[in-house]
Design a binder for this molecule. Structure first.
Ligand code: NAD
Ligand code: TDX
Length: 363
């Protein structure tokens, strides 16, 4: 069952909009000055940071079209009235770090599965209102998913119809969320679209992830914990390209469809680390081989034909994007230093102390 698609969504509810990719989406969309109104709903977990939206809140014209609500997507009392006022919901909210999902999976189930369910139910309520003539149409929900739902792909490229074989608590929870979202399209005719983005990098990236962790550690001449042989492969997508692709699918994607968002920048972790060290002028001797991530996916790679046919093309070449990212972290210590303190230290100890104590030269 397909529904007609509105050409433009003027009132957006952006959940998880204080995180890395969500905040880029909000900043870029607001900077267009096209009248779009955005409400961000964000729980401000350790990964959420209102400073990521400072540019929006400091600009009077943008601030007048913007509202920030602190709250949980799994809380229907907060979600329902916000969805009632939205033409579309873009769901970035998630627990997003694989290593944390291995340490403690439960929050991943709550946010990445049950949270999506609460958003879907709120959309369904609005669909009923639309059918009763109380609003023009039901809201569209865009669920931001990930290439990790395909599992480890040794060769070739995943296509949207391929089997899902998630292998970590994180990717399993993300698969659960998107399957549930699609089931609401099939069962209730809800206007749902899904994106599966690849490994994203850029400014405002939380320093728990590979690229920002290694940049910020290297700035401080700290060791860089490389898991296993470091020959795992990822396809690196610049954050503004990922956010742009999501906006494009929101506007043009066909209801019920799933769109891969690849980057065509496949690199081994070793190559990525060598490139960022070179840009920083820091030595390879900082890199330490440490115990591997359990169940570590060897490779992700996706086919992007479907998104290309919809008219989307990435703009940022990897070398340029990585250089811009390294420079941003070098110039924005005031952003990342506070994040790497307090509760961060406990996480870092848990994740890396034993690994680094038993590490060896990375060759
Ligand atoms: P992030 O961890 O930087 O941000 C997540 C945001 O969601 C934070 O602001 C956090 O406070 C908020 N949040 C968490 N739980 C919440 C809840 N219960 N209610 C409301 N807000 C909550 O993540 P990111 O890297 O920006 O990823 C955004 C989305 O994109 C996620 O759904 C992730 O699975 C997906 N994704 C990420 C990548 C990547 O490489 N970073 C790649 C593909 C897909
Ligand atoms: O300390 C590290 N050492 C290391 O070798 C860290 C944090 C990572 N790695 C490796 C693991 C991966 O092979 O680097 C690679 C990238 O790791 P992450 O930055 O943790 O990303 P990944 O696990 O690939 O997942 C990311 O891309 C898909 C995002 O975190 C997910 O939210 C997204 O869905």
């Amino acid at each position: 069952m397909t529904q007609s698609i509105e050409p433009h969504f003027r009132r957006l509810l952006v959940t998880g909009g204080a995180g890395f990719i969500g905040s880029c989406f909000v900043r870029d969309r607001m900077a267009r000055r096209d009248g779009t109104q955005i409400v961000v709903l964000d729980k401000l977990t350790y990964a959420g940071n209102r400073a990521n939206l400072a540019a929006v809140e400091a600009d009077p014209e943008q601030a007048a079209r913007f509202r920030f609500v602190v709250g949980d997507i799994a809380d229907s009392h907060i979600v329902a009235p916000l969805v009632a006022e939205a033409d579309a919901v873009v769901n970035f909210a998630a627990e997003s770090h694989v290593d944390r999902s291995i340490l403690e999976p439960v929050d991943f189930l709550r946010t990445d599965v049950l949270g999506v369910h609460v958003l879907l139910e709120a959309c369904r309520e609005q669909q009923a209102r639309a059918l009763a003539g109380d609003r023009a149409s039901a809201p569209r929900l865009l669920q931001v998913s990930t290439d990790e739902v395909y599992g480890s792909v040794e060769t070739g490229e995943s296509r949207e119809g391929d089997r899902l074989e998630p292998r970590s608590p994180y990717s399993s929870a993300k698969a659960g969320g998107e399957l549930l979202a699609r089931s609401y399209f099939v069962t209730y005719g809800l206007d749902v679209v899904i994106t599966r983005g690849s490994n994203t990098y850029g400014p405002f990236h939380h320093p728990e992830k590979l690229i920002p962790l290694f940049i910020t550690n290297a700035i401080d001449d700290q060791q860089l914990p490389l898991y296993g042989d470091g020959l795992q492969r990822r396809d690196w997508l610049y954050v503004a390209d990922h956010a742009g692709a999501i906006g494009h699918v929101l506007e043009h994607g066909r209801s019920g469809e799933i769109y891969n968002v690849p980057a065509a920048n496949e690199r081994t972790n070793r190559d990525v680390v060598a490139a960022l060290l070179e840009r920083l002028g820091k030595p390879w001797s900082l890199v330490r081989t440490v115990a591997d991530r359990p169940g570590h996916d060897r490779r992700y790679a996706m086919d992007g034909t479907k998104l290309a046919a919809l008219g989307w093309k990435n703009a940022m070449p990897f070398e340029e994007g990585l250089a811009a990212t390294v420079d941003w972290f070098r110039d924005n210590e005031a952003w990342w230093r506070p994040i790497k303190s307090g509760q961060w230290e406990e996480y870092y100890r848990r994740q890396y102390s034993a690994r680094l104590a038993n590490s060896r030269d990375a060759g």
